[in-house]
Each structure stands twice: as C-alpha cells, then as structure tokens.
Ligand binder design. Structure first.
Ligand SMILES: NC(=O)c1ccc[n+]([C@@H]2O[C@H](COP(=O)([O-])OP(=O)(O)OC[C@H]3O[C@@H](n4cnc5c(N)ncnc54)[C@H](OP(=O)(O)O)[C@@H]3O)[C@@H](O)[C@H]2O)c1
Length: 257
C-alpha cells in the first residue's frame, strides 16, 4: 500500500467548490490534510465545505476569493497561515473553458484568460512559496491541458495561456528545487465536472459524456476522483522525486507526451 504521508499537511486548493477541485479537497480531507478551499461564490462554497466536512471529518477552511484579484490571492494565503500555521501544498486549479477561433477572440478575452490562468497561478505561487520555503519545502500542482502541447484549431486563448502554465511549472520547478519545493502540472483532457453539467443545460449527462467519449482513445470521460488521486500522489511522500513534469490525464487524447 502506498504511504502518501499527507497527514497533518496543509493545502490550498483554488476552485475547490466544484468539479475537479472539489474531488481534490475530498481526497485530501480523507488523507488528513487540512485544506483551505478557495472559490468566488460564498454561499455555494460554504455549503460544499460544510457537506465535505460532514462526509470526511476533515478540517476545512472556506475562503471566498477570486484568483484574478491580486489582494484576494494575498489574503487567501494569509488566512490559511493564520488558521493552520503553514502551507505545504498549493493546487492552482481554478479556471474555466475559453476556446474560440482566432478572429473571434478580443483583447478583453485574451487579457481575462491571462488574468485567470496565468496571473492567478503566479500570484498564488508568489505568496505561498516563501511560506513553503520557511517550512522546509512544499508541492505545487498546476492544472493545465493537453492542448497546451498540441493545440487544435479554434481553441484560443486557452491553449496559449495553458502553455504558459506548463512553462511556469518548469521554471518554478527549476528555481525552487533547491528549496525542496516541487512543481508539476496535470494536463487535463475531458473529465466529468460541474462545467460540463452546466454545458449540458439539464440534458442527460450519460448521453453528453458518451458523445464526448467518442473522441477519447480509452473510450470514456475521466472521473474527477482520478484527477484527485493524481494530485494527491504528486504531493505525497511517494511522489517526492517528481518535479517539473507535465502529466497527461486524458485517456490518451493528447497527441504528444
Ligand atoms: N473538466 C474538464 O474536462 C477540464 C478540461 C480541461 C481543463 N480543465 C481545468 O480544470 C480546472 C477545474 O475545472 P472543472 O472542470 O472542475 O471546473 P468547474 O466544475 O467549473 O469548477 C471550477 C471551480 O473553480 C472556481 N472558480 C472559477 N473561477 C474562479 C476564480 N476566478 N477564482 C476562484 N475560483 C474560481 C469555481 O467556483 P466559483 O465559480 O464559485 O468561483 C469552481 O469551484 C479548471 O482550471 C479547468 O479549466 C478541466
């Protein structure tokens, strides 16, 4: 049995109230990780955190914040340290789909996606890294996509901003290895989550996912728990020799490693 060694660690998970982030919070809580759960909608966040707390018995701190807001990012790390005394793990998971044809993407669209996916992660890392360094190390996982390595047509601006996320991952992994801070990225394909439930607009989710699965070599859409398992492994003692990697989690969808 893998000993993840995550007991008593402290994690910040952005976008922790739905989908992949929520599954990650649940996984961490079951491993004894204390988690700051970050998302914008206060009421929804409080509701999810209360229910996860009840299911897992975990110690969770809801923080209503927006990763596109610089002071919010600083406050989220501060509140985590005030409550739990440290930060060992940061999962930069908050994000949203933004895929269109080049000529349809405005300057505002480009800048909004850079704020959300690049600057959100940059700011959360900026405030968390000094705290991790003072603790003797830590682990950061950034959510990105396979399309960042092998962009399809009409998938902008996200393929570009996610490519920046892969570069940020590698840059920080190199810079902070000496501080025992590991940085990895998961290149997500298609995984069941609240964003797809919204997209299906009340239609049958089974049918929606079955249609999606036709494009995937393994023939199925991934489960949020599979993402959470990989995040937990990357942040664990068992994953302690892994840094600077980008791991596809996509049932074989991405054409390149
Ligand atoms: N599921 C997939 O197939 C898939 C594919 C490729 C990439 N991804 C990436 O994986 C990550 C998780 O996606 P998901 O599918 O789980 O999405 P989701 O179900 O829509 O959940 C998104 C979470 O992020 C929060 N969030 C969104 N914008 C935020 C912001 N500006 N500041 C703070 N929190 C924010 C949301 O809560 P609030 O709305 O309350 O803020 C929610 O908790 C995202 O980065 C997404 O782009 C997912």
């Amino acid at each position: 049995m893998l000993d993840l060694g995550l007991q008593e660690k402290v994690a910040i998970v952005t976008g922790g109230s739905d989908g992949l982030g929520r599954a990650t919070v649940e996984r961490f809580a079951r491993e004894g990780v204390r988690v700051a759960v970050c998302a914008r909608r206060r009421e929804h966040l409080d509701q999810i955190v209360a229910s996860l707390q009840q299911q897992t018995g975990g110690e969770l701190l809801p923080i209503s914040m927006d990763v596109t807001d610089a002071p919010d990012c600083e406050r989220a790390v501060q509140e985590t340290v005030e409550r739990f005394g440290r930060v060992d793990i940061l999962v930069n998971n908050a994000g949203a789909s933004a895929a269109g044809g080049f000529e349809s993407v405005t300057d505002e669209d480009w800048l909004a996606d850079i704020e959300l996916k690049v600057m959100g992660a940059v700011r959360m890392c900026r405030h968390s890294i000094p705290v991790m360094r003072a603790n003797g190390g830590g682990s950061i996982v950034n959510a990105t996509i396979g399309g960042a390595k092998a962009p399809a047509a009409e998938a902008l601006p996200t393929t570009v901003t996610r490519a920046a996320g892969i570069n940020l991952t590698k840059s920080l992994a190199n810079e902070y290895a000496a501080d025992n801070i590991r940085v990895n990225t998961i290149c997500i394909g298609l995984i069941k989550s609240a964003q797809w439930e919204r997209r299906a607009q009340g239609g049958s989710m089974d049918q929606f996912y079955a249609d999606m699965a036709k494009r995937i070599p393994l023939g199925r859409v991934g489960e949020a728990a599979e993402y959470a398992d990989l995040v937990a492994y990357l942040c664990s003692k068992s994953g302690s020799y892994i840094t600077g990697t980008s791991i596809n989690l996509d049932g074989g969808l991405c054409a390149v490693d």
